[in-house]
Design a protein around this ligand. Sequence first.
Ligand SMILES: Cc1cc2nc3c(=O)[nH]c(=O)nc-3n(C[C@H](O)[C@H](O)[C@H](O)COP(=O)(O)OP(=O)(O)OC[C@H]3O[C@@H](n4cnc5c(N)ncnc54)[C@H](O)[C@@H]3O)c2cc1C
Ligand SMILES: *[C@@H]1O[C@H](CO)[C@@H](O)[C@H](O)[C@H]1NC(C)=O
Ligand SMILES: *[C@@H]1O[C@H](CO)[C@@H](O)[C@H](O)[C@H]1NC(C)=O
Length: 496
Amino acid sequence: MRVTLGSLALAAAGLTQVTAKKGSACSKLAKLFPDEVAFPNTEAYEQSSNYWSGRQTEQTPQCYVTPRSTEDVSKIVKTLVGEKTQFTVKSGGHTAFAGGSNTNTGVTIDMIKLNEVTVSADRKTASIGPGNRWGDVYKALDPQGLAVVGGRVSTVGVGGLLLGGGISWFSGKKGLACDQVRAYEVVLSSGEVVIASPTKNQELYRALRGGGGSNFGIVTRFDLVAFEQDKFWAQMLYLPAQLNQTIIELYTRMVRDQMHKDPGAHSFLVLTYDPDSGADIIFPYFSHQTVPPNGGIPPIFQPYQSLPNAFVNQTIVEQASGHALAIGDVPGNRQDWWTTSVKVKASETFLQIAQLHKDSLARLVKAAGSSYMTSVLEFQPMTFNMLEAGLKNGGNSLGLSPEDGPFMIIAWNPIWSDPSLDKLVEKTAKEFISKVEKLTKEEKVYEAYKYMNYASDKQDVLRSYGKENYDRLKEAAKRYDPKKLLKTYWKGYHKL
Ligand SMILES: Cc1cc2nc3c(=O)[nH]c(=O)nc-3n(C[C@H](O)[C@H](O)[C@H](O)COP(=O)(O)OP(=O)(O)OC[C@H]3O[C@@H](n4cnc5c(N)ncnc54)[C@H](O)[C@@H]3O)c2cc1C
Ligand SMILES: *[C@@H]1O[C@H](CO)[C@@H](O)[C@H](O)[C@H]1NC(C)=O
Ligand SMILES: *[C@@H]1O[C@H](CO)[C@@H](O)[C@H](O)[C@H]1NC(C)=O
């Protein structure tokens, strides 16, 4: 039934030319890889259908294919293109919107079996397969006293996070995760396997650092800079949202005036509503590379410690895998994610954004009635040092420079259960972002950059990198996918 609906939607979009005889690609793949192709109503198919957002889980590809090697990926790409079949690629499956890494009309390549984590003999590089989630990576590196710049939540995938940027506890010192990739092994749309690095295929290397995968190729290995890393410190505080003014004032001052002087410090700030208790919560997350002596608090985070009535006050001193488990991640609900960016000047801007969020969420909660509805508004600081690090090693494709900082990435993540509310949620999220952007333009604190990893598919992420970067990405796509095969067959993410 769903497959039928999917092809109807395709026909309506005028894209019928890419639907070949249904199922012929999957049966060809099953001949090539008898144990690696999963059809509907099998256990293997159910296993691959495991996504963070219900909007992706409910998509039904003709089959999932799980390559075991780079060569397998190459054969799969050639087969799919040869059969004129749409496809997508799944790493950790944490995209919120339908079609981000699953499909109703084609084949999903699930990278889960490309799960190597190999440390080089000199301990300076970790080669990581896109089938890993960050928890797997840290579990392999922690016992060796090493870490890489990666995600802060255990279940998030390596592939998507690294290709869109990647914000980490270590970013104050080392920049975004994509800035720490020394080489990519990539399967191009022709099936050819290439290395992209500062000395080989430089334009592809640059494009993959922030430009996403779906315009350029399938990454089968990321070589990341590894560094010595012992336990570090973090604190999670859940406080009543009535403290919003005090906390937002402290937070604005900290990000604007202090964080760049203390690159070991890392933080984000969340406003949310807990439907079970009915409580409005403000949640600052703090981490620091230096563990303070005698159970103390790093000086930069001390001003928050006298705030009253914390629901949660948890200190964590662990290696990366322990920290990545501490931040919760509840899969299964319907999810959406929208973003914009704001320069950090006056706290009033952020107070107004918090109020706009509260109003938008209240409307959604009302519409949801007794069904589940909440949302998470995140303020993610981007400090001078994070942006400076992005200029090193040949630079990334994000179009950011230290003069843009410090700015705050604003991310809005509504979470709900009733599919009939999808349209309303999208509309409300879009309106929320427009209101924030109207406000920030008026107050001259608008920052054009949109963070791919927090963006909706309805937002023009790649153009937000600026014309020069957009054009360079276009050139790279032309060079590495000259027949526009990825544009034609790999649907559903941020396309050029
Ligand atoms: C609970 C949670 C916590 C998060 N925490 C952080 C965080 O700490 N820092 C941060 O920066 N972001 C964070 N994010 C955002 C996260 O970076 C994005 O959601 C990211 O896209 C997830 O990657 P994934 O591999 O799980 O997603 P997927 O949906 O599997 O992939 C995302 C996109 O990348 C493509 N892709 C995946 N693998 C490859 C590959 N090997 N080659 C080519 N293309 C590929 C997919 O096709 C898709 O287009 C978080 C998200 C969630 C839901
Ligand atoms: C901020 O706190 C005040 C009370 O101190 C409250 O009236 C207001 O609704 C709060 N705003 C948000 C966004 O939580
Ligand atoms: C959290 O706990 C620490 C250690 O007990 C304490 O010093 C600090 O004041 C507490 N902070 C808040 C905001 O409650």
